[in-house]
Design a protein. Structure first.
Length: 93
């Protein structure tokens, strides 16, 4: 599956900060009412807000539709796709 959407273009489209479509999605890492974390062809994408919901998920096509009150969009580079270290481990290096 990953090879199929590996070169898919990534696009983020939102209407009135309440509903949107994201393409180029490889996986949904986690989601709750305050945050949705996606792995995209352009790196990790965090969508933060209130009453966030995954409305439609099609990993075969690499598309996700979300809705809720969007407050923040954060991208992390492809290098940060590695599993993040626990906070305590980073503090005591």
């Amino acid at each position: 599956m990953e090879g199929k959407n590996e070169n898919m273009p990534h696009k983020l489209t939102f209407e009135n900060r309440t509903s949107g479509t994201i393409t180029g999605v490889r996986d949904v890492t986690s989601f709750d009412e305050k945050e949705i974390i996606l792995l995209t062809t352009q790196g990790k994408l965090k969508l933060k807000g209130e009453q966030m919901h995954v409305k439609r998920l099609d990993l075969k096509q690499g598309e996700v539709e979300v809705e809720g009150k969007l407050e923040e969009v954060v991208y992390q580079s492809g290098n940060s796709l590695k599993k993040e270290e626990p906070l305590l481990k980073r503090m005591f290096r």
